[in-house]
Design a protein around this ligand. Structure first.
Ligand code: COS
Length: 328
């Protein structure tokens, strides 16, 4: 969606992307995360920091929908503490040799290309990490496990292993040591996408509850005529509107090329909580019907929960926000 027309993309701005993400995720949050990772992490990262040759080879087919991308930062020992990368990349002639493990990788089993963060110089910590484009089918890259999840069950989440996986030197994105900043800057935009995904799930919950309240009768009237239910709907709609405005504000700042790390963290923190709150209230309004699979609201809760976890937990978002507030 946001890839420029020069590389075959739709050239949309982030505001348009947020609107699309909300609509897609309102119907299917699994589809939402597939789209989000491909657009705001993979395509954005390559367009922003990739070499021209990498853009021609990978970004053009990504934009055309011929390739799907994944983003591999998380490891068994490096989730929130993302700088603690144990995967290594050693230069050997014209190749880097990758060794290590990545987990919880969205699109991991199906992606055609994977952006992999790996330590090229462990002694430099966060500044010794680099980014590589690894093609599916590269010898030494294997899918170890596909996860069975609480929600977003039609999105593929996989663990990957790299065993002496040789990646051409020309597939390193940007200079050596830029990988952590690459990941952080890319995730800033990713978080806007996840905020919009959360918004979509929250809106689906609200809409289901609203419709149900106008059909279901109790104590001689429709649920929608009961003030207890009206207040729940009013709170849901108000929280959703606030989440939407925070998300759109972060998107507008990104489009204006202003700083958006903190607004994106605030949007994701708030929208993900709103999604969980709205899903819980939708279940409550549905009563027993909300707890069974005949109605969609139990799925909304299962799908909503992950938005408080991936692309930085709510605790990490608070950390990002607080650091900015307390900066000298
Ligand atoms: N944009 C640009 N640069 C950033 C940045 C950002 N958003 N965040 C950090 N950096 C830079 C810092 O400025 C610092 O640069 P210098 O060494 O030049 O000063 C460097 O990156 C290291 O940053 P910092 O010291 O803050 O790193 P920490 O190890 O303390 O980690 C957090 C910072 C916790 C914010 C980071 O690890 C994080 O976001 N973790 C969550 C990761 C995540 O979202 N995982 C989800 C999996 S991906 S689906």
């Amino acid at each position: 969606m946001m890839v420029s027309e020069k590389y075959g993309g739709a050239g949309l701005d982030t505001i348009s992307y947020v609107l699309a993400m909300e609509e897609i995720s309102r119907i299917d949050a699994s589809c939402g995360v597939i789209v989000s990772v491909n657009n705001s992490l993979v395509c954005f990262g390559i367009e922003e920091w990739g070499a021209e040759e990498q853009k021609q080879k990978y970004l053009v087919p990504l934009a055309q929908g011929k390739l799907l991308g994944a983003f591999a930062l998380s490891e068994p020992e490096a989730g929130s503490d993302a700088a603690n990368q144990q995967t290594t990349a050693r230069l050997d002639g014209d190749f880097y040799v990758l060794n290590g493990a990545k987990n919880f990788i969205t699109n991991g089993a199906n992606a055609d290309i994977i952006l992999v963060m790996a330590a090229t110089d462990k002694s430099k910590g966060a500044n010794g990490i680099s980014t590589f484009i690894v093609e599916k089918g590269t010898r030494g890259l294997s899918v170890v496990k596909k996860e069975k999840k609480l929600g977003i069950r039609s999105s593929d989440t996989a663990s990957l292993a790299f065993e002496d996986c040789r990646v051409p030197r020309s597939n390193r994105v940007a200079e050596e040591g830029f990988g952590f900043k690459f990941a952080m800057k890319t995730l800033d935009g990713g978080r806007i996408g996840i905020a919009a995904q959360a918004l979509g799930i929250g809106r689906a919950s609200f809409e289901a509850a609203r419709v149900y309240s106008k059909q279901r009768k109790a104590f001689g009237s429709y649920l929608s005529q009961l003030q207890a239910i009206q207040f729940k709907l009013a709170d849901m709609a108000t929280k959703l509107e606030a989440a939407r405005l925070l998300t759109l504000e972060s998107a507008a700042l990104k489009d204006a090329r202003k700083r958006y790390s903190t607004p994106a963290a605030q949007a994701k923190l708030f929208a993900s909580k709103v999604a969980v709150d709205c899903a819980l209230e939708a279940i409550q309004i549905h009563g027993g019907y909300g707890y069974i699979r005949d109605f969609p609201v139990e799925r909304y809760l299962r799908d909503a929960k992950i938005t408080e976890i991936y692309e930085g937990t709510s605790e990490i978002q608070r950390l990002v926000i607080a650091r900015d507030l307390l900066r000298e």
